[in-house]
Design a protein around this ligand. Structure first.
Ligand code: HAM
Length: 404
């Protein structure tokens, strides 16, 4: 027997309904905030991710599905959605349309060669939004509110953590400070942290090792070393969240696992799904369009992990809907087709091709959660009528087929 690869899952039956419900709900809300659908290829040049997500990140360093294709191109299955959307934005020359704003949403599979565990897959799905051309922190706030709206519509509780990762003015001096601090306690930090001190010192801050975290309590904090502009924006963001009554916690160690962020960074976490608790994450990435050869364009976005949210979502109660059509004799079956065609213009219709007794049809209709069970029996066939039972009201009528 051939099974799906480790860390990759089929989406079937009840699970697929959850998936569709999440995507539909998020899409509806993203539309209300002015986002339009974008789809970019799953396969991209490897250098796209090296230049955006960053060579020092775990995603690029360890987790990429990377290979040479038949034309000897170094390609990679996308580990996330932002890089492809930015590439597409630059390729379509939208970066040259100064003063215009562009907002895109997407969903689809992402690939990371991680150690699979609950909530952590090698192929998983994200729903994400990217907003280009808006430098104001108001947009960071709008994106956070939008995610809040999505989780509210899905009936999901969350904790919101925010941080500021500074900008090219305040990050480099802070980074130096941090490296000095880390070098001093080097011998007590774990192996991973030691590897990161020079490579990506900011990532040391979110090391999961308890001993490291104790040592890091006294580390210099970027939040108290921000330049004026970053500091003002962060204050403004907190004020806007306060006014909107969106609860948050400032987490000075929230650094995100991708290198392209500046200023606002945020994560939505749930304490109901185990260790892999991040259900959405994002932030501002004002330099990324330039890194990918575009004109300077401020941008901010997020992505949510659909599989993690599938564990939490409360599905709306299933309502009976549409029609189930059946016949009791073989010769009556074909007269169901025109009836189904008419009804399908407005309603969901299930059509049974095998003649059955009435009881069996009623059972089928019930199992399919149809609102109406409509059956052509011997008499109905003779009289060109159809028997219809409303499975909610429990009422029944026999009507002419041309009035159905
Ligand atoms: P990320 O934090 O790497 O951000 O991923 C976003 C979400 O995807 C996570 O919060 C989590 O729910 C889900 N996720 C990540 N890895 C896995 C996995 N192995 N298995 C299951 N779910 C997973 C990004 O990808 C950025 N592109 C977000 C962004 C958009 N920032 C700006 N714009």
């Amino acid at each position: 027997m051939i099974n799906a690869l480790r860390g990759m899952k089929d989406l079937t039956f009840e699970e697929s309904e959850r998936f569709v419900h999440i995507v539909n709900t998020a899409t509806k809300i993203a539309n209300r905030y002015g986002y339009n659908y974008i789809e970019t290829p799953i396969l991209e040049e490897t250098k796209l991710f090296k230049r955006s997500v960053g060579e020092s990140s775990d995603i690029v360093g360890k987790e990429m599905y990377q290979f040479m294709d038949k034309g000897d191109n170094d390609v990679c299955m996308r580990p996330e959605g932002t890089a492809g959307v930015v590439r597409s934005f630059v390729q379509a020359k939208l970066d040259r349309r100064m003063n215009e704003k562009f907002k895109f949403y997407y969903y689809g599979p992402m690939f990371r060669y991680e150690r699979p565990q609950k909530g952590r897959l090698r192929e998983f799905h994200q729903f994400g939004c990217e907003s280009f051309g808006e430098a104001s922190v108001y947009e960071d706030f709008s994106i956070i509110s939008m995610i809040g709206d999505i989780f509210e519509a899905l009936g999901i509780g969350y904790d919101l953590e925010i941080n500021s990762l500074g900008c090219p003015e305040c990050m480099p001096p802070y980074r130096k400070n941090l490296i000095n601090f880390l070098t001093e306690c080097k011998n007590e930090l774990c192996e991973d942290c030691n590897r990161r001190i020079e490579l990506n010192p900011i990532r040391v801050l979110d090391c999961k090792n308890e001993k490291c975290q104790t040592l890091l309590t006294n580390s210099p904090k970027l939040i108290t070393n921000l330049c004026n502009s970053c500091d003002e924006d962060f204050k403004e963001l907190k004020e806007l969240l306060d006014i909107a009554k969106i609860n948050y916690k400032v987490n000075t160690h929230l650094v995100r696992g991708l290198d392209y962020y500046s200023k606002t960074a945020f994560e939505f976490v749930s304490n109901n799904i185990g260790a892999q608790s991040a259900i959405a994450g994002g932030g501002r990435y004002d330099k990324l369009v330039e890194f990918l050869d575009g004109k300077p364009t401020p941008a901010v976005g997020f992505a949510l992990g659909i599989e993690r949210i599938m564990e939490l979502v409360q599905m709306p109660e299933l309502k009976r809907e549409g029609y189930y059509l059946g016949a009791m004799d073989k010769e009556a079956i074909t007269s169901l087709f025109p009836l189904a065609a008419t009804k399908r213009r407005t309603d969901k219709v299930s059509l049974e091709y095998t003649p059955r007794k009435l009881k069996a049809h009623l059972k089928n209709a019930d199992r399919l959660n149809a609102r109406y069970c409509a059956v052509i029996g011997e008499d109905e066939f003779k009289n060109a009528t159809i028997w219809v039972k409303d499975l909610v009201e429990k009422s029944e009528v026999t009507i002419a087929q041309d009035k159905f």
